[in-house]
Design a protein around this ligand. Sequence first.
Ligand SMILES: [Ca+2]
Ligand SMILES: [Ca+2]
Ligand SMILES: [Ca+2]
Ligand SMILES: [Ca+2]
Length: 296
Amino acid sequence: MGKINGLCPERRSHMKQIGIVAVVVLFGLMLVSSVQADAKLVASPSSALILADGDYDGDGLADLAVFRSDGGQWAIKDITRVYFGKDMDVPASGDYNGDGTANIAIYRAGLWAVRDVTRQYYGRAGDISVPADYDGDGIDDVAIYRPGLGVWAVSDITRMYFGVNSYPLPADYNGDGTSDIGIFRTYTGLWAVAGITRSYYGQEGDMPVVLDYDGDATADRGIFRQIIVPPSALWAIQGITRVNYGTPGDYPVPADYNVSGQGEIGIFRWNSGLWSIRDVTRTYFGAGEDSIPVAK
Ligand SMILES: [Ca+2]
Ligand SMILES: [Ca+2]
Ligand SMILES: [Ca+2]
Ligand SMILES: [Ca+2]
């Protein structure tokens, strides 16, 4: 039997079949991975990513930054590129030493690792990291939310029950300089802030986007709604604005990018690395399927 390129015809035919199967499997994996990538954006407590601070150089502007979970790279535009953390770590940037700049930090099932600052254990697997400045001393505090029980535990400050299986949203809702314990329940649109307020805004599937959008020093409630047909994304900020910006699959990345004192609406598109910040900038940085925006 004659050989072609070292393989008999039957073998080559088999290899061809394997090749076709491999392509089909690969395409299947690509589909699965693109679905998974989109699944990251489904609003649920487990998709919560709470950062305390995203001003990595202390100039007062939010910086364009991503954490690449596959390899643990932090890429912060015009500032730094370092490796810290690994796959499955949750970014937990915040100013943990009160020097006015955000520290690179990760949360891993109870471990809090703050680059060049500290390494400590607080919380356990299944807890969601919710760092913020809960006592107003200018230092962001290590804190966790345990969705199944509705436990909030803030290291050395407080421990309480508030909101089972909700989306944790610590922010300064009354403008007194401390972060308040707050939740959004996506399936009813309930917003509740401990000791302060309770109201309804939004609907099932909405992602909460809390920020001070009008510059009055209070956090404003808002939702990001992905609309499939025709593809668009609605931003509705209670009492302030309602605008279409972005498309389904975009990450909402609202923050104050230009020291206006007001938060800007903005999106990050992971496949191209597009950062589109309304009325501020449109630039490309940090593309990647594993890129998680860490701007605040
Ligand atoms: Ca900055
Ligand atoms: Ca504090
Ligand atoms: Ca407050
Ligand atoms: Ca406000």
